[in-house]
Write a protein that binds this ligand. Structure first.
Ligand code: ZN
Ligand code: ZN
Length: 172
């Protein structure tokens, strides 16, 4: 449960300043008067940067690199690792089977990396709701088991003596 709110604040998967296609500069303001071709830091494709700060050949490479940087910083995994986990889960949340959703426009990932806060071990990818649900139940299997028992108990009560029936049998 600890640091879960911080997690959302740091869930940036794109450059916090400018998007890749907005990183432009005027070559005439630089001594050489042009920007020389250079290899993309991710895929090594040689490209002509639109500004000296351009390190990647495309939005895709930029997003991939930023997402990897975020995942490395937070969970010590890279984006390819994330994508292989996603493939293992058939692209859906490990709990509810939903495809998940982005919390904000600058996010790249629909499922969050769920990890054990005690051991740091990565458990799987969850949608924001399932991840929050576990957190709200303190990642506590006893509480979650009780919650299941509670829900099942309520179901069996509803079958035999639901509110309607109780009313019908009430005082005359
Ligand atoms: Zn590239
Ligand atoms: Zn879910």
């Amino acid at each position: 449960m600890r640091n879960r709110s911080n997690l959302y604040k740091t869930m940036l998967y794109s450059p916090p300043n400018k998007r890749w296609n907005e990183q432009t500069a005027d070559p005439s303001k630089y001594p050489q008067g042009r920007f020389n071709p250079k290899p993309c830091r991710r895929c090594s494709t040689v490209f002509i940067p639109k500004a000296p700060s351009n390190l990647y050949c495309s939005q895709e490479c930029s997003d991939h690199a930023w997402t990897t940087a975020y995942l490395k910083r937070t969970y010590d995994i890279d984006y390819d690792h994330y994508l292989s986990m996603l493939a293992e889960q058939s692209g859906v949340c490990a709990l509810c089977g939903g495809e998940g959703f982005k919390m904000a426009g600058h996010h790249r990932l629909k499922l969050v990396v769920d990890h054990c806060h005690k051991t740091g071990r990565i458990r799987g990818l969850l949608c924001h709701n399932c991840n929050r649900a576990l957190g709200l139940l303190h990642d506590d299997t006893d509480v979650i088991r009780k919650a299941i028992g509670y829900l099942e108990g309520e179901t069996s009560i509803r079958k035999g003596s639901g509110p309607k029936r109780a009313k019908a049998q009430g005082p005359r």
